[in-house]
Design a protein around this ligand. Structure first.
Ligand SMILES: Cc1cc2nc3c(=O)[nH]c(=O)nc-3n(C[C@H](O)[C@H](O)[C@H](O)COP(=O)(O)OP(=O)(O)OC[C@H]3O[C@@H](n4cnc5c(N)ncnc54)[C@H](O)[C@@H]3O)c2cc1C
Length: 460
């Protein structure tokens, strides 16, 4: 055992350091089932221990990788046998809920679902929601600036954090946990750590901004004939919703047909097929009023030729069945030999042309490849799945085609999943050289020995 590990074990105790099989028994990442590689998993029990860990690692020049629930999708926790993982799994406390100020103070290892449930017990809502809610942590969500389903109404993690405590590479604790909505006392340092993917500091605690818990919701699946009809429908439903529009999830027909077809256990609520589908949800506090206004808005949309057909969920089960169509991933796994997923941003007005060009560029590469498109239209965020059968083109060839199109439309190679290792080579498409230089300057300033998640986002 190295001197550093002996010192860490003395400081953190038996429970605080895992080695050998206890490391290898974990999966390396969400996508890869290989055993986790690392000298050890360090598990501090509080901010003081976390700070002491980093101080020791910094002195020894030891590379560490901050670890939350390991549900990130951009290979940002990828490690080698030389690294040490720094897990926040023993720092899950919900420290306080302020019902008047509508805030919650948590340790960064707190699981999203626990935070949501604790907020709901107080009649409040933590509104960032995503499929990994049972495992992902507040620290990991902040470090990736996670988004999810209701960004158009509530924003991403960046908008949901009022206070933050982070520990720098050398163990210095930067604590700003006052949690005011308005706080223009100099630079907003907490935002430096949001979206930094564990490369600038380890987030140890946070003050989260909560909202009043909506007690009513109404959901519909809407079929539309054209992309222009879909964007006009978005404006109409936002205008008429009076702040209640929480989700506007779009699906191109190939995605919808696969998720409601022979390879799926979900079925379409429509008798015919349409070019586009939208899952719309309004949330509020008065069930009858919300429902009436929603039906009126849909009726007006129908009269103004903004939709072709619509089905409103009549029960919780029906609501869940509509959402299941949007969230299902098994049909693509069953149908295709291989899939490659992308998460990109671009101007809403360019999306139709972007998808058209991407379809034709992909067809040139592989005539049998299929493009499935869905996403959060109002956020300018599309998720793309390229589905292939053997013989398929290489991973890099498909990336080349997709990111070539993203570049042609001045889009972003990552909308909400981050860069990690997965998109590092493509980052210059979406960022100017001067921006990348400033990012490197910040990294060198905050982490001069380069021990925090080295090699992620960009190389120094
Ligand atoms: C089924 C599924 C659905 C998803 N849906 C969405 C979605 O709709 N929208 C969306 O935005 N994302 C989505 N994601 C990805 C999402 O980014 C992650 O689930 C989540 O944000 C990462 O949290 P985590 O605790 O698992 O972090 P990890 O995966 O452990 O880590 C992610 C990154 O954060 C760093 N990190 C972790 N903890 C800390 C900390 N305390 N301090 C500093 N750095 C830290 C890590 O080093 C790494 O760089 C989804 C993932 C899955 C598996």
């Amino acid at each position: 055992m190295t001197e550093l590990l002996i010192a860490l074990r003395e400081m953190l105790g038996e429970k605080g350091v895992l080695e050998g099989e206890a490391v290898r028994s974990r999966q390396s990442s969400y996508w890869h089932r290989q055993p986790m590689q690392a000298q050890a998993i360090l598990r501090p029990a509080n901010s003081l221990e976390l700070s002491a860990c980093l101080r020791l690692c910094h002195a020894a020049g030891q590379a560490v990788i901050p670890l939350g629930g390991n549900t990130g999708l951009a290979e940002a926790t990828a490690s080698t046998a030389e690294h040490m993982m720094l897990s926040l799994e023993r720092m899950q406390r919900i420290e306080a809920v302020d019902e008047v100020g509508r805030t919650m103070t948590v340790e960064a290892g707190a699981i999203l679902q626990t935070v949501q449930e604790r907020a709901a017990e107080a009649g409040l809502l933590f509104p960032v929601d995503l499929g990994a809610r049972g495992s992902c942590t507040i620290g990991g969500m902040l470090a990736t600036n996670a988004g999810g389903f209701s960004v158009m109404r509530y924003g991403m993690m960046r908008e949901r954090v009022l206070g933050l405590e982070a520990v720098l590479a050398d163990g210095t604790v930067i604590s700003s946990l006052a949690g005011y909505l308005k706080n223009n006392t100099g630079y907003d340092l907490k935002q430096l750590f949001v979206g930094s993917e564990g490369t600038l500091g380890v987030i140890s605690r946070a003050v989260l901004r909560l909202e009043e818990l909506p007690t009513a919701r109404t959901t519909a699946m809407i079929a539309v004939r054209s992309f222009d009809q879909m964007t006009a429908l978005l404006k109409h439903l936002d205008r008429t919703a009076n702040g209640a529009l929480c989700a506007f999830e779009v699906m191109w027909n190939e995605f919808f047909l696969l998720n409601t077809g022979a390879h799926s256990e979900h079925s379409s609520p429509f008798a015919e097929a349409w070019p586009f589908y939208v899952l719309v949800e309004w949330q509020g506090s008065d069930e009858a009023d919300l429902r009436q206004r929603f039906e009126q808005a849909l009726g007006a949309a129908f009269e103004e030729d903004l939709l072709a057909d619509a089905v409103i969920a009549q029960s919780l089960n029906e609501r869940e069945a509509l959402w299941a169509i949007r969230e299902a991933t098994e049909p693509e796994e069953r149908y295709f030999g291989k899939t490659q997923g992308f998460d990109v941003s671009l101007a809403i007005r360019d999306m139709d042309a972007f998808v058209g060009r991407l379809q034709s560029d992909l067809a040139e590469l592989d005539a049998h490849a299929r493009l499935l498109v869905f996403g959060h239209l109002a956020d300018g965020n599309l998720h793309l799945t390229v589905g292939m059968h053997e013989p398929w083109p290489s991973h890099e060839q498909v990336e080349q085609v997709v990111y070539g199109c993203v570049q042609a439309f001045a889009g972003a190679v990552s909308a909400e999943h981050g860069i990690g290792l997965e998109k590092k080579a493509w980052l210059p498409i979406s960022r100017q050289p001067a921006e990348l230089d400033l990012m490197r300057l910040l990294k060198r300033t905050l982490d001069p020995r380069g021990i925090l998640n080295p090699g992620k986002i960009f190389d120094l």
